[in-house]
Ligand binder design. Structure first.
Ligand SMILES: [Zn+2]
Length: 622
């Protein structure tokens, strides 16, 4: 059996594969020898079976996805392609990415683990210290510097007093490694240059900003918080001003080792308590997190923003499914926050919201009275109740036109609730609140859902419905994708070669892929060989490979293994696409005709009219 990256080692000898293309890949392969070797020795089905109960389904295996919550299995493993893909959350990849997702490993760790498992000896990486290692190192040096200034140096005295006044103990300052960046342009830079780091490294780490002569300090006159990740690696800093000023916080910019959207502050200290308590409290700023942690609420992290990112949701999911948001703003009124919550819901997290009175932030509340913070956490509101209350607050529920606005705001949110039971419960709530029949609300929500539920089912049936522009376009996109999917699943005995032009596809990626497919299908039909997915992907560019893998794992209707049904379905899709193309041309023509009429260009009108008639006839005959 062929395994995933086999092209690395075998490609040049596979008969029929394009020698030039294989040669090009061959060069890339030397670096990937270890990866290829490991993939050859391990079967993805065996590996994933160690974690999940896989069930055979056709040529593939299926199970419930471990990365999002679901009741029907949409996690598919292909022994043939040695890949996995989830059709629910769209995650996917090979043995390495599976371990990285499931075990939270870095690529290097996954590589080492699988090397051990398969008995592959990894080639030694070159002696030169890794670029990233240098950045981690320089951060640690800067951390020493900042912390020393705060705790031991006269330049840090005012900052230390400020922190004490805010209620931070010296134990907490030690535990978090808080520091102070003096208000100077070059004190850190000089310190680091003296210890052998270059200006370029100082800039690459984000500690310095490029200036006329080398670099100057990014953090000046700010209290510094070292940004350790969940594995105690120091990825960057955030700096907070002492007196009210804008911006309150600045962070290390995106660097080779820091990405704000994949980071949660305090995770290194809080992770075991998050696991124990089966809940994470999420606050916005470092001070909120630290004050709360100091007061004994240890299952807490700071997100550095109220709009949750996918990376942060993935991090949280490694520890718990219950997330309680403690932000001091109206989440329902902010679309970026709403989107983050939507993603968290889709990822299967249970979300609650802490409600703090009169715009106080967590740090203030905890300092004033930890008991109030405790009570607020205990009384956190489930997110959709919170939406309802917060939206209602902004409108007058006695006014009918305001009720309509509430419905307009909440129906799209309700439509995105991923759990059927939860959605049903909130449909009842909303209908009671709006004093409107449940059915009306349910229908509106169903309609909103239809517009973004993606499915091939019934795609061919509803060609004549008058949809709005958005759904017409998405239907066309779906049809194009479906056509490619069908072509990737020819019945066993098929020797079909498409004879329609690639211009049938509007999407550039499908056009490209289609050309590759036709070339391949033509070559195997000529040699009377059967379709083999691993053969086909040999010459594909990487971006297309990912698309092919996704579509190849789609399980088509069982009838379609029959050559006749398959061809009929294919013809149906092609004719729908042709119709869509002609309809678009007709629309364009009628615009042109109207234009020509307006300027009295009767000859042009006549020509256009004839073209319109011809096209209309063509459309009818399809
Ligand atoms: Zn999934």
């Amino acid at each position: 059996m062929f395994s995933g990256l086999l092209w690395c080692t075998i490609a040049p000898t596979i008969p029929g594969s394009h020698p030039a293309a294989a040669g090009g890949l061959w060069d890339n392969c030397k670096a990937m020898d270890d990866v290829g070797l490991i993939k050859e020795k391990i079967n993805i089905v065996d590996l994933i079976s160690e974690y999940l109960p896989l069930k055979k389904s056709g040529v593939n295996f299926k199970t419930n996805c471990p990365f999002h919550q679901e009741k029907t299995a949409s996690f598919v493993v292909s022994p043939e392609r040695q890949i996995w893909h989830c059709f629910g959350c769209q995650k996917g990849g090979d043995v390495f990415t599976f371990l990285m997702e499931k075990e939270g490993m870095e690529f290097k760790e996954a590589l080492e683990m699988l090397a051990k498992k398969t008995g592959v000896t990894l080639k030694k990486s070159p002696d030169k210290k890794d670029f990233k290692d240098r950045l981690f190192e320089i951060n640690l040096k800067a951390q020493e510097f900042f912390h020393y200034i705060l705790t031991k140096h006269r330049l840090g005295k005012k900052a230390l007093e400020y922190l004490n006044k805010r209620g931070l103990t010296s134990g907490t300052i030690e535990e978090f490694g808080i520091g102070y960046a003096p208000n100077s342009w070059e004190s850190l830079t000089k310190f680091l240059l003296k210890r052998g780091y270059t200006n370029q490294e100082i800039i690459d780490s984000g500690l310095g900003v490029a200036g006329r002569s080398g670099s100057y300090d990014r953090f000046r006159g700010r209290i510094t918080f070292p940004l350790f990740d969940g594995k105690e690696k120091l990825r960057g800093f955030s700096g907070r001003v002492l007196s009210p000023a804008e911006p309150k916080y600045i962070n290390t910019p995106q660097t080779a080792i820091f990405d704000k959207s994949n980071f949660l502050f305090g995770l290194n200290l809080a992770k075991s308590q998050i696991r124990n308590k089966k809940e994470v409290i999420l606050v916005e700023g470092e001070m909120d997190m630290i004050m709360s942690y100091q007061a004994g609420f240890k299952n807490i992290v700071a997100s550095k923003g109220t709009a949750l990112t996918e990376g942060q949701i993935d991090l949280i999911k490694k520890y718990t499914e219950n997330i309680t948001l403690g932000f001091d703003m109206d989440l329902a009124g902010d679309s970026a926050s709403r989107r983050g919550i939507e993603m968290a819901d889709k990822a299967g997290l249970n979300i609650k919201v802490i409600q703090l009175s009169d715009g106080k932030d967590a740090a203030e509340v905890v300092k004033a009275d930890p008991g109030i913070w405790q009570k607020a956490i205990e009384e956190a509101t489930p997110i959709y109740d919170y939406y309802l209350v917060s939206t209602a607050k902004r409108y007058d529920s006695k006014n009918p036109s305001d009720l309509k606005k509430i419905a307009e705001e909440l129906i799209p949110v309700w439509a995105k609730i991923s759990d059927d039971l939860v959605r049903e419960r909130y449909i009842q709530r909303l209908s009671a609140f709006l004093k409107t029949e449940e059915k009306i609300i349910r229908d509106a929500i169903e309609k909103a859902r239809q517009s973004f539920v993606k499915s091939y089912a019934g795609l061919l049936k509803k060609s004549n419905t008058q949809d709005n522009v958005v759904s017409v376009r998405s239907r066309r996109e779906l049809l194009e994708e479906y056509l490619v999917t069908l072509l990737l699943h020819p019945p066993q005995e098929s020797n079909f070669v498409p004879n329609f032009p690639e211009t049938l596809f509007l999407a550039e990626k499908w056009r490209q892929l289609f050309v590759y497919l036709v070339l391949y299908l033509d070559s195997i039909s000529f040699k009377s060989r059967a379709f083999n997915i691993n053969d086909f992907v040999l010459d594909l560019p990487k971006e297309l490979l990912a698309e092919v893998d996704r579509l190849y794992l789609i399980e088509l209707d069982g009838r379609l293994i029959d050559d006749k049904s398959w061809k009929k379905e294919l013809e149906g899709v092609v004719s729908e696409l042709k119709k869509a193309l002609i309809k678009a041309s007709l629309e364009k023509l009628s615009l042109e005709i109207r234009n020509a009429q307006e300027f009295d260009k009767m000859e042009v009108v006549e020509v256009l009219n004839k073209r319109f008639r011809d096209l209309s006839v063509k459309l009818k005959n399809l």
